[in-house]
Design a protein around this ligand. Structure first.
Ligand SMILES: [Zn+2]
Length: 93
């Protein structure tokens, strides 16, 4: 098994363990790969959640209404939270 080392831009042999290090600069190979994958997953999840509410060309009338309702529900929820916070924190001052 080989892994690309971002640190020194060279390929290094690895045995598949978490403690594998680059044979050139001894950077942890697995840790690098894991954090990169985690980051990629997070970006994917984030964009999926955002695109879920985007109205697309092919959406049916019902779907458009549902998405608009979801966006408004979120806005109303945020306003409610803000109102509660104003009441809670406002009463002290
Ligand atoms: Zn290296």
């Amino acid at each position: 098994m080989e892994a690309f080392c971002k640190q020194c831009k060279q390929w290094s042999k690895r045995s598949g363990l978490d403690t594998d290090r680059c044979e050139h600069c001894s950077t942890l190979l697995e840790a690098e790969r894991l954090s990169y994958q985690k980051e990629k997953e997070q970006i994917k999840l984030q964009s999926e959640a955002e695109s879920l509410l985007l109205i697309r060309e092919g959406d049916s009338e019902r779907k458009r209404k549902l998405k608009k309702a979801a966006v408004w529900a979120r806005v109303i929820f945020l306003l409610l939270v803000l109102a509660v916070m104003l009441v809670v924190f406002g009463s002290h001052g």
